[in-house]
Write a protein that binds this ligand. Structure first.
Ligand code: NDP
Length: 611
């Protein structure tokens, strides 16, 4: 059936004829041939016999430091942007004694670990990098390279004097609340025993690399590593490329997500032979990276980062803005939706009309992405394999002006593994797919991370709250928090992350709002000499009810998507744990809550507010 459809009525934009039913059938078929019954269990952690995949290639030997048996005001678990933002916002709130505890040998988190060739942020750097005005820095590129981002993380550490008390190459192994002294006992793998009044966990959402459970994976005799631990000693070169040691090497890269899209052009340029093993193609849109215009940088006035971040956030979460300040692939998709659903009729459209309009905008976007593959890839059969057949937000969209062209090189082969649910087997010297053994010297796993799993929710970092209760015990019937940050029974413990909170593709912006809120709460607790911070059971129950009531119903959408981490590997969860009104409303709600007496629900035995 064909729809020359205009969702906004006769005056709306004319859409080209799209055979929606045929497209939907194609999407469904592509999903069905990829579903694996074992879902997320197809992966294995980089632990145990695969533990060497997790080793730190960047650290000097672990420093020989004395065990710490001391006391600080705040322990922050994790030194990525979440932890750095928590530290910075606490400093601004007047807190002196802050210890960040970090597994890597420096600050940076995901930007410490991920240094693969071609690494860049895929959100505009002017809105992605936090605390730019505070540090006094304007990124050199619209999409900054990873090393520039890592150096910015270090600059935040210096600007806010967070190196002073930080400990690196150290992992927190347990948190136990001491009922008698009202403080946390923090233990680590370096036998530290630190007492802390407050603990903030910011251990990241992409911190645990995963490997596919491919039969024979541990029999391979060549060289292997995961993209998040790039082995430059083996490949030569650096994040800018020039992987000269691969000139006589046959390399297999497994996976074609956002990481692969950035590193494949360098591998293709330098390896003798590159095989890219693809299960589901990414959508690859225009990048258009460019150096920062110095005149523009000089023209920026105070508050510019907030204005720009807020503008982006509003636009990509369905809001209306007068001007699109970022103007890139993310915002153009949002603008396309708005063109099809003008603001004056948005609320009035019946739900099925609205859904139809979104579908149309989506199909139009994806048709453009597929047409781009035909434009850039010379071999028609390879081009067909590189076309994504699913809705735009089924997978993390990617952007590149060199990935697709790499498949025109004579030394690069795309091996599609959709029908066999991925690579079939790995042998001593080869990767097997479609019955063919591809002999290689090196296998690089670009197979992603366990997403959204923080140590304290997975149980990897055991937490014992008041009376020794563990978090899994308290959350037996599901997570229970107030605003996602804290839970009844776990005084003075704050979590940063997406759980029962509101998220965005620009996650660092979300982390900054979270860190600011937590720092404000701790500041109020100190000013009003609260015994501790702990939500009442009633406030917590009310928030869980709000989450349930407003939970976005994405089940139907996600059930139609090809499998991946966005839809729990094809088994979407019925219950969403995010705030359905979105991040703009959530941030406003937090500000209002702070201003209008909300703190009463969390400050225990506090002096009255005099302000
Ligand atoms: P992803 O999880 O996105 O990709 C993993 C890839 O491995 C997928 O293509 C997957 O295929 C493939 N795969 C898994 N198992 C097999 C198998 N058995 N055989 C063949 N292929 C297999 O990981 P990434 O590291 O690419 O990206 C993770 C996230 O990191 C991104 O979504 C993004 O949020 C973030 N990121 C951000 C960047 C930035 O600039 N801000 C840059 C890079 C990453 P399938 O799709 O079929 O499951």
């Amino acid at each position: 059936m064909s729809y020359p459809h205009s969702p906004s009525g006769p005056a709306g934009p004319q859409e080209p004829d799209l055979d929606l039913e045929a497209l939907k059938a194609r999407y469904r078929a592509e999903r069905d041939r990829r579903i694996r019954p074992e879902g997320g269990r197809q992966y294995q952690p980089v632990a145990g016999r695969f533990g060497y995949y997790d080793e730190d290639p960047y650290a000097e030997a672990a420093p020989d430091r004395a065990r710490l048996h001391d006391r600080v005001d705040v322990v922050v678990v994790g030194g990525g942007f979440g932890g750095l933002l928590a530290g910075a916002r606490l400093r601004q709130a007047g807190v002196e004694s802050i210890r960040v505890i970090e597994k890597g040998s420096d600050f940076g988190g995901t930007w410490y670990w991920n240094r693969y060739p071609g690494i860049h942020c895929d959100i505009e750097s002017y809105i992605y990098l936090p605390l730019l005005e505070e540090v006094g820095y304007v990124p050199k590129w619209k999409y900054a390279p990873g090393e520039e981002i890592r150096q910015h993380a270090r600059a935040i550490g210096r600007t806010f004097d967070l190196y002073r008390d930080a400990v690196f190459q150290t992992q927190v192994t347990g948190l136990r609340w001491a009922d008698d002294t009202d403080e946390w006992l923090v233990s680590t793998d370096r036998e530290d025993r630190i007492r802390a009044r407050y603990v903030i966990t910011a251990s990241g959402t992409l911190s645990e690399a995963k490997l596919p459970g491919i039969p024979g994976i541990d029999t391979f005799r060549g060289h292997t590593f995961h993209t998040s631990r790039w082995d430059y000693a083996y490949t030569g070169g650096d994040a800018d490329g020039n992987l000269h040691r691969l000139a006589d090497k046959r390399v297999a890269l497994i996976g074609t997500g956002a990481t692969a899209v950035q590193c494949v052009p360098h591998l293709g340029a330098d390896a003798q032979q590159l095989y890219v093993f693809q299960r589901t193609p990414s959508s690859v849109d225009v990048r258009g990276n460019r150096p920062t215009d110095p005149q523009w940088a000089a023209s920026l006035s105070p508050g510019w980062t907030r204005r720009r971040r807020d503008n982006f956030l509003a636009l990509v979460t369905g809001g209306q803005v007068a001007e699109d300040l970022v103007d890139d692939g993310w915002t153009s998709s949002a603008r396309l939706h708005q063109k099809l659903i003008p603001s004056d009729s948005y609320q009035d459209l019946p739900p099925e009309e609205r859904e139809r309009a979104y579908e149309l905008a989506d199909f139009q976007k994806m048709n453009g992405i597929r047409a781009r593959v035909d434009e850039l890839v010379e071999d028609p059969a390879t081009a067909e394999l590189l076309k994504p057949w699913y809705r735009y937000m089924c997978k993390r969209p990617t952007f590149s002006d060199s990935y697709l062209q790499t498949f025109n090189r004579p030394n690069v082969t795309l091996v599609d593994t959709a029908d066999s649910h991925g690579v079939e087997r790995i042998t001593e010297d080869a990767v097997v797919a479609g019955g063919t053994a591809y002999e290689v010297d090196c296998i690089i796993f670009s197979t992603g991370f366990r997403v959204g799993v923080s140590g304290i929710t997975s149980g990897r970092l055991p937490v014992h709250g008041r009376g020794g209760t563990t978090l899994p015990e308290a959350w037996r019937d599901g997570p229970r928090t107030l605003h996602g940050f804290y839970s009844h029974g776990f005084p003075n413990l704050f979590q940063l992350g997406p759980l029962q909170n509101a998220s965005s593709v620009n996650f660092v912006h979300v982390l900054d709002e979270q860190a600011t809120h937590v720092a404000e709460v701790i500041k109020a607790a100190r000013t009003r000499r609260a015994r501790y911070v702990e939500p009442t059971a009633e406030a917590e129950a009310a928030w869980v009810a709000t989450i349930r009531e407003k939970a976005p119903d994405q089940y139907a959408f996600q059930a139609e998507c090809t499998p991946g981490y966005y839809n729990n590997e094809g088994m979407p969860r019925k219950r969403s744990e995010s705030f359905g009104d979105g991040p703009v409303a959530f941030h406003a709600l937090l500000r209002e809550w702070r201003a209008n007496g909300g703190l009463r629900d969390v400050l225990v035995d506090a002096a009255p507010d005099e302000g």
